[in-house]
Design a protein around this ligand. Structure first.
Ligand code: PEP
Ligand code: MN
Length: 687
């Protein structure tokens, strides 16, 4: 009996050794297969032939299935394994083509620094490893404490690429990453789907029944909601598993666990207390790879384009925008809506669709959609991680047996549309121009319309000075029928010794006054780093005359959601002004209007010379609204009212005029501020 047991043991050991050897052979064979696949990709590259041959894939699969059946292997098993293998091979070949297309010839491949949120063994790290294992360049992985930091480090050039989770099949979209994408200059260059299998990890000896506390990244906690609510212990937020684990070690806490991957358990020397705690077994996260520069995509590689847009404030605008995709037979793969920060109940839409953003067809579609949008930004174009599976039924017959479906290359599948004739004209048209868009643009700011047939009246003090002053102005503006409250908080003064504005404290007062009297507000922004903070509060962002050609500032306001009033530089031509607006529009923000505020001439009877002829010229050349600021043009209060009437007569879409409760005491531009009575009279006569 004892001998029999020993013999069995020996036999088991030797069987295990043989199985190990077979497994190793499988690995060697897979590596060999990959090498051959790479060689095949080189030939395909040289011959310009397609990467995929689905007929061949089908044949290959059914041969394998048949072979499998002869060897008594079940069809589903063989089919699953070969799908994986073919999948890997296609991705590998696609990556090869991408590398060829995007590599700078003759240069050494540099080590790429990859940033991700979390510590080693986090799911972001694992997804990044999976993605870069196919890219075939040397990489280093660098954990960061937040998504924002990942983005900033890539923007600054400290990392080459960032990996960010964007959506999960259980918990949905990741808000913070969507917001970062809208604002950043980075572009999406790749995507990766990764199966997330969270586990409970604890110090050796930790038991599920003893758990009193769970530490988790908020995203992972959302994916394990059901399990955690049954467990019924406090959940602590942790963005850095490493640090949390150090703390557990320090306190020898055997009543606390962290939610992390199996790999992390190994890396951190922890026990797996419980596996499979996600609400769904098919729990995947889609990660985006972001970089400073877009990549080019080989036309043989199926790809996706992502955009973020906000449609115009009119009924049916979203349907109109979506119809463009339908009419042009572009397949939308994702539509996600997110609230706009600072604009309650307004939505931004994130769209993914199939197609190459560099192709004429997709470029045309994007420009068509832009016409229905007040904001549109292309987030990037990248190889799709979805590989269309070649289907072969496990019993052997292919679905296309007999009647084979011809393989139509994607590029050929484009349809021509009625508008194609018109495209050549508008193809390179500047976004501000009438060639790009014939009808007048109208901007809606909290129900106030700027453009079209309306005449908007913006008024208020040059600078926000005190709470009392700005509230008095807001009240007066409202009572006299004005539409938008102005007030400078960051002042671009000619002398550094003059009053520079109250900054954010002033902005707070301006916004409060505006909310109290139900008036949208406009204020100037001077510095790139203030743009998004000001955009969160101010309904309109002003770019002043002195910054009209501050191109980085223009681009930054182009990444916000707020309408922008672009003032003409005092020594700038109309064309300079129009081209400056293109810097904003090309970043996504389509809500720009111009403001003529006088230019420098030899004439010095007035502070500047109000160029009223600019109004009809701009209206001829551009669909964007244009208003007039006679205050900074004239410089003295008695000249302003007649210029307001003149502005209306030449077709301006509105005016901006400074007034002050006590101009003699004003901290800036007192001489040009209308008295309250003057303003009230003017408003009376404008009715
Ligand atoms: C202003 O409107 O507050 C201002 C400073 O105007 P400008 O940039 O036209 O000088
Ligand atoms: Mn002023």
């Amino acid at each position: 009996m004892k001998d029999k047991k020993e013999d069995d043991q020996k036999r088991l050991v030797s069987l295990r050794t043989e199985i190990d050897e077979l497994d190793q052979q499988l690995i060697d064979l897979l590596a060999e297969r990959r090498a051959k696949s790479l060689a095949a990709a080189e030939v395909k590259y040289a011959e310009h032939s397609p990467i995929r041959d689905q007929h061949r894939e089908e044949k290959l699969l059914s041969l394998r299935l048949q072979h499998g059946r002869e060897r008594k292997l079940d069809g589903h098993f063989v089919s699953r394994i070969f799908h994986e293998i073919i999948d890997d091979s296609i991705r590998y070949q696609q990556q090869f083509l991408q590398r060829k297309l995007n590599s700078k010839t003759g240069e050494e491949v540099e080590i790429q620094r990859i940033g991700f949120q979390g510590s080693k063994g986090s799911f972001s790290h694992l997804a990044a490893e999976q993605y870069f294992s196919r890219v075939g360049v040397p990489v280093t992985f660098n954990g960061c404490t937040s998504y924002r930091l990942v983005v900033e480090m890539v923007e600054r050039g400290d990392f080459d690429l960032g990996v960010l989770p964007i959506e999960n099949t259980t918990s949905g979209g990741i808000n913070e990453v969507y917001d970062l994408l809208q604002k950043t200059r980075l572009v999406i260059v790749g995507e990766e789907k990764y199966r997330i299998t969270p586990c409970l990890l604890g110090l050796s000896g930790t038991k599920q029944s003893n758990i009193r506390r769970v530490y988790s990244h908020p995203q992972l906690a959302l994916q394990c909601g059901r399990f955690l609510s049954d467990l019924d212990v406090p959940i602590e937020t942790s963005f850095n598993t490493n640090e949390t684990v150090e703390e557990l070690r320090r306190t020898n806490a055997k009543d606390s666990v962290v939610i992390a991957s199996e790999e992390a358990a190994e890396l951190l020397g922890l026990d797996i207390v419980k596996r499979g705690i996600a609400d769904q077994t098919d729990n995947f996260t889609r990660f985006l790879i972001v970089a400073r520069q877009p990549i080019r995509i080989d036309e043989r590689v199926p790809c996706k384009t992502s955009v973020v847009l906000a449609t115009a404030n009119k009924p049916g605008a979203l349907v109109d925008a979506l119809k463009v995709f339908q009419d042009n037979k572009v397949n939308l793969t994702k539509l996600e809506s997110r609230p706009v920060l600072g604009n309650p109940w307004e939505e931004m839409f994130y769209l993914d669709f199939e197609g190459n953003a560099e192709s004429d067809h997709i470029r045309f579609v994007i420009e068509e959609v832009r016409r229905h949008s007040r904001f549109l930004k292309v987030l990037g174009c990248y190889p799709s991680s979805d590989i269309i599976k070649t289907e072969v039924a496990p019993h052997g017959k292919t679905p296309t047996d007999g009647a084979s479906i011809p393989h139509i290359p994607r590029e050929k599948a484009r349809v021509s549309t009625k508008e194609e004739g018109a495209r050549s004209k508008t193809d390179n048209a500047k976004l501000y121009s009438r060639d790009y868009k014939l009808e007048d643009s109208v901007i809606d700011v909290r129900g106030v319309r700027i453009g079209g047939d309306s005449f908007v009246i913006i008024g208020g003090p040059c600078s926000v000075e005190t709470e009392e002053q700005i509230f008095q102005c807001a009240k007066h503006l409202k009572e006299t029928g004005g539409h938008v409250l102005r007030g400078g908080c960051f002042k671009p003064r000619t002398s550094p010794y003059s009053f520079q504005g109250l900054g954010y404290a002033g902005l707070e007062l301006l916004v409060q006054a505006g909310r109290t009297y139900d008036l949208p507000v406009v204020t100037e922004v001077l510095a790139v780093e203030d743009v998004h903070k000001v955009a969160e509060k101010s309904d309109i962002i002003q770019i002043g005359a002195r910054n009209m050609q501050n191109f980085t500032l223009l681009q930054e306001v182009g990444r916000t959601q707020r309408p922008v009033m672009l003032k003409r530089g005092m020594s700038s031509s109309i064309d300079d002004l129009l081209n400056a607006s293109e810097y904003i529009l090309s970043q996504g923000n389509q809500q720009v209007f111009f403001c003529e505020r006088g230019i420098r001439t030899f004439e010095n009877a007035t502070r500047n010379t109000l160029d009223l002829s600019a109004i009809p010229v701009i209206r001829q050349k551009s669909h964007l609204p244009v208003i007039v600021d006679p205050s900074h043009a004239a410089g003295t209060r008695d000249l302003i009212v007649p210029l307001v009437y003149a502005s209306r007569a030449v077709g301006a879409h509105g005016v901006m005029v400074e007034f002050h409760p006590n101009p003699d005491e004003a901290l800036s531009d007192g001489p040009q501020a209308l008295l309250f009575e003057q303003w009230a009279q003017m408003m009376e006569q404008l009715r």
